[in-house]
Design a protein around this ligand. Sequence first.
Ligand SMILES: [Zn+2]
Ligand SMILES: [Zn+2]
Length: 332
Amino acid sequence: MELLSRLPDWLAPLAVPLGYLADAGQRLHWLYLLSALAGAVAVYLLAAPGPRSLRGLLGHCFPAAVWRHRSARLDLLYFLVHRITWTALALPVLAAIALWTANDLRWLAGTWLGLPPLPAAWQAAAPLASALALLLAVDLALFGAHWLMHRVPWLWEFHKVHHAAPVLTPLTAYRFHPVEETLTGVLVSLASGGTYGLLAALWPAQLEPARLLGTAAGTAVFYLAFYNLRHSHVWLPYPRWLSHLLVSPAMHQLHHSSEARHRGRNLGFAFSLWDWLAGSLYVPRGRERFRLGLGGEETAYDSLAALYLRPFGQLRRRQPRAPTGDGEAQKS
Ligand SMILES: [Zn+2]
Ligand SMILES: [Zn+2]
């Protein structure tokens, strides 16, 4: 972005968060936000009760109860602070892990495993097939990390930071504790690097997974398909058959529910297929009403310091009971 390159030095850190709006690899790219807005408008026109009006449309898309909520302001503050520190400290390490894994697996596949390269005639399928393989591999790694976050009591303490939001905004998608981001980042780096390495062994000649908007095609399509509505108040379910394959915005909102019937359900990121196989799929049969958050505990996560530090305090509190497991812990 031309504008960003002209920021005065003292404003330079802002370039990191602002850059997300122009980076198609990020969920906040302006086109993904625009597609979410289009989805919200379509939901208003097709499903909202009562007469339509411009005032009604604005109230539907930007309700004051959400956007003026303390949690929405905290989402923004956490995003600004955390993106700057995280980008500087962790991303280079995670990128290095992905690269090492890709190179090692490519070498292993080509030597130890004796994996033969595919015939040249198959090369035409390489861009689409490799884009799909990468999307599936990364999605499975994300599902695995999320599953662990809900099943392992000490990891759940860190994942609560994400579930503590009592209202959902697109920035809630970035409200993750650094411990969770590290674990997820390592798993995703291993999965993407490993898959890329194997693909490079199969299609050695110029492996180039399909790209869209300058990023992985699968990622761009997924984010364009109303991704940002999943962290919003807009209820958008998919047809029942499609909900067994892909996670709809409504299904992820149910994942944030504090109701017992929804706990630990819909752990998938792009594909709900994994939830279906693991028995954690929950497809709503109609509009459901539920409270978001942690059943009251979310009020304790109401500051930047609490988001970073409370999980450690909770772990200390748990410690004496740790050897026998912990009762209140996991939300299946
Ligand atoms: Zn979760
Ligand atoms: Zn979420």
